[in-house]
Design a protein around this ligand. Sequence first.
Ligand code: ADP
Length: 348
Amino acid sequence: MERFKFKKASFVSALLVTVVVVLLQFLFFFFFLKLPISQFSSMLFMEFIVLLILAYILLSFSFERFLINRVRELYKSLIPTTSFTPSVGQSEDIDLLTTSLKKLNSDQNLEIELLKKEQSYRREFIGNLAHELKTPLFTVQGYVLTLLDGIEDKKIVKKYLKQTSKGVDRLIYIIKDLDLITKFESGMATLDQKPFDIIAVIENVFELLEMQASENKSVLKFDREYPEPLMVYADEERIQQVLTNLIVNSLKYGVERGVTEVSLEVLKEDKILIRIADNGEGIDEEHLPRLFERFYRVDKTRNRNQGGSGLGLAIVKHIIEAHGEKIFVESEAKVGSEFSFSLTLDRN
Ligand code: ADP
């Protein structure tokens, strides 16, 4: 298409030049030399054809060279700011140049879009971080200032110190989670992978969370009996953390007398899928794509009061992906949620 437009422009210019030259000659022969038209008409016609062809070839060649040189200059000024390498030197074809420039343009637009997204992501992240840290910091500050004013009653002093300590614990908890995420994102977190029995780890997490579950009369259970050990190859401590985060969430966002059920399904080849399902409040579909983002919360104020850092699922995702495995979520509001992830079986 571009080439056609370019050829058309060359042809129109050549036609114009030829018409002017032939017309001048016509005027010269007819008015100045006063020759009869029949004497020079066929000669002028032949000249017109030859001139037109020559002018067209010459003009299209010069146009092309001119354009290529200009585009080359343009590339030279653009190249330092882009990783794009034009193939101008290999082929001096105007179509190729047009395509290259268009690609360069769309690459640049894409880069700008990406930078804009990153910038808004960074802004959102810093805003979220400040918000998360603000609440426990203000709590600590409030109690410390009251204590500094001097309180006689030792019981109240102890109570306030306990609250202060809770606030500090929460700050440490958020910083530790953030530190872990940063390590995973920068590739600095290492995995200590060994064979271990996943059933035993799940039972251990059930035991650790028994108290928390009984607080809202919830039940933690397997879908069926697993009498045999099931050996997987992964980082045991990290997988225990994944299970803890997911089961704690099922309790936090569960209903009273709710049920959290863990099931294991051996998939073909050497994979196993571990499911953690609850009959809690569930999550609306619109939230699912962003659920694993740092600080993403479905119900901002309510969930923050539940005590989480908003980093639990981001950590879960990082751990699973660092293992080269996958995590999935299915949920329906007011029905429940199911988080599942794959692990590799140890076949030795
Ligand atoms: P938080 O510290 O807020 O729990 P998470 O990263 O663990 O942070 O979870 C992100 C959000 O996903 C939660 O705030 C909650 O809205 C939603 N969520 C996670 N697990 C569940 C679940 N089992 N049922 C309902 N909502 C959940």
